[in-house]
Design a protein around this ligand. Structure first.
Ligand code: GAR
Length: 189
């Protein structure tokens, strides 16, 4: 049995999609979903999906081993950032080398780094009149959005696409590719 722990900060639609993908797979279980946002919609989803969910605050994340100890208690094979918006602290990176992966809603190295998350990414893509965008699934290291790339997928944009339409196109790519990549990485752990 492979165990995954998910981190999420917002709506959690990727969490729901990942849960759906692995629901009937007896070899993979989602041990817990961790979130830094008390009122995030992801908690409602976890409740409905019967997933363990834990909230943590900034102090416990950056100034203590609280989150590390929670992770240790689940002994995860893989930690998956599924719409998680804070930088991962060094104590977690050091304890889980090559065991943390992230999804970024653009084609890194473009539109990455501090402040580039969620709708900010899609607005920047729109403002630069990009003809395509996509997703990047990558390992997490100590530098924001710079770990080794595992998979990228692209989608064409039209000049009429609004940032909301771009977000929707990117979400579709995420739903299609992220669970499969998680499965592949898990099989190699
Ligand atoms: C996703 O598009 C994900 O790529 C992005 O947040 C969104 C979360 O959506 N992540 C980042 O921007 C990380 N830098 P969701 O809550 O509906 O899964």
């Amino acid at each position: 049995m492979k165990r995954i722990v998910l981190f999420a900060s917002g709506s959690g639609s990727n969490v729901e999609n990942i849960e759906h993908y692995f629901r009937d797979n007896p070899e993979v279980s989602i041990s817990c979903v961790l979130s830094n946002k008390k009122d995030a919609k992801v908690f409602e989803r976890c409740n409905r999906l019967n997933l363990n969910a834990i909230y943590f605050n900034r102090h416990s994340f950056y100034n203590s081993d609280c989150v590390l100890n929670i992770l240790k208690s689940f002994n995860p094979d893989l930690i998956v950032l599924a719409g998680f918006l804070w930088k991962i602290p060094d104590n977690l990176i050091a304890n889980y080398p090559n065991k943390i992966i992230n999804i970024h809603p653009a084609l890194l190295p473009k539109y990455g780094g501090k402040g580039m998350y969620g709708m900010y990414v899609h607005e920047a893509v729109k403002n630069n009149n990009e003809v395509e965008t996509g997703i990047t699934i990558h390992y997490v290291n100590e530098n924001y959005d710079e770990g080794a790339i595992i998979k990228q997928a692209k989608v064409a944009l039209s000049p009429n696409d609004t940032p909301e339409m771009i977000a929707e196109k990117v979400h579709h790519l995420e739903y299609e590719h992220f669970p499969k990549v998680i499965e592949q990485v898990l099989m190699g752990t």
